[in-house]
Design a binder for this molecule. Structure first.
Ligand SMILES: *[C@@H]1O[C@H](CO)[C@@H](O)[C@H](O)[C@H]1NC(C)=O
Ligand SMILES: *[C@@H]1O[C@H](CO)[C@@H](O)[C@H](O)[C@H]1NC(C)=O
Length: 231
């Protein structure tokens, strides 16, 4: 192999020049053939975006994948929530983005900053910003079980689109000798409007909602008319 071919081969390999990293902009050593007769190589520096950054018309910007939701990508793989939004406490949402913040939204979903929508079966309380059970709309947990083919339940998230394709784990109801975690039905009520189980785990501040993983009547869960908003 001639020396010029060797130089050409070298020129295809861009060696990152470590140590010259300046924020988002890095430098790469690029070889050039200085003399085609003897294959002598000279090097020049080229500005490139550092690892974790991407080129935009304005310069190198940090890259977040998946994209930040209601947040700015402030460093590679790091989202900083917009005003009025916060990182969800649910572990299941890690990396998924930010959700709106409400001061008090017990038994409800915070659907935008400061705006709490009561779960089906709950109504806005006059005294607090939270939602109170509407007793005639809540039934014993067994009523929900009757509508469920399996004994497994899925945690329901109003922000389930944040899960980006991941299927939430299912939890069985507690039977004799059932290993944890399982749903203690005596800590749950059934929402007659949504057929969701609403269960209060002593460890959790906010009750959790569960949907049947194999409902008898598939239409119940998808009926938007059953979602009532507290006022
Ligand atoms: C290129 O290399 C050849 C052989 O070593 C040498 O004779 C010539 O002077 C060099 N040319 C330049 C421009 O350096
Ligand atoms: C539950 O566990 C106990 C003790 O290990 C055992 O005697 C009993 O048969 C088990 N019951 C069922 C339904 O598996």
């Amino acid at each position: 192999m001639s020396r010029s071919w060797l130089a050409l081969g070298l020129s295809l390999v861009f060696l990152p020049w470590l140590g010259a990293q300046q924020g988002a902009v890095c430098h790469e050593r690029v070889p050039h053939i200085a003399n085609s007769t003897n294959g002598e190589v000279s090097w020049s520096l080229r500005e490139v975006c550092c690892k974790g950054y991407e080129g935009t018309p304005g310069g190198c910007r940090p890259r977040c994948n998946p994209r930040c939701l209601h947040a700015q990508c402030t460093a590679p793989q790091q989202c900083t929530c917009d005003l009025g939004y916060e990182t969800p406490s649910e572990q299941e949402f890690s990396n998924a983005g930010c959700q709106p913040k409400c001061h008090a939204c017990r038994n409800g979903d915070c659907i935008s900053p400061g705006r709490c929508r009561c779960w089906p079966g709950y109504v806005k309380s006059r005294k607090s910003l939270s939602c109170q059970p509407a007793p005639h709309l809540l039934q014993p947990a067994e009523q929900c079980e009757l509508r469920c083919r399996s004994t497994r339940w899925q945690k329901y998230f109003s922000w389930s689109h944040l899960l980006s394709g991941r299927t939430p784990n299912t939890v069985p109801t507690c039977r004799q000798n059932q290993t944890e975690p399982c749903l203690q039905l005596d800590r749950c009520v059934c929402s007659s409007l949504s057929q969701r189980l609403i269960c209060q785990d002593t460890a959790e501040k906010q009750p959790q909602q569960y949907v049947c993983s194999d409902p008898m009547d598939q239409t119940v869960e998808n009926h938007p008319g059953l979602q009532t908003e507290g006022s």
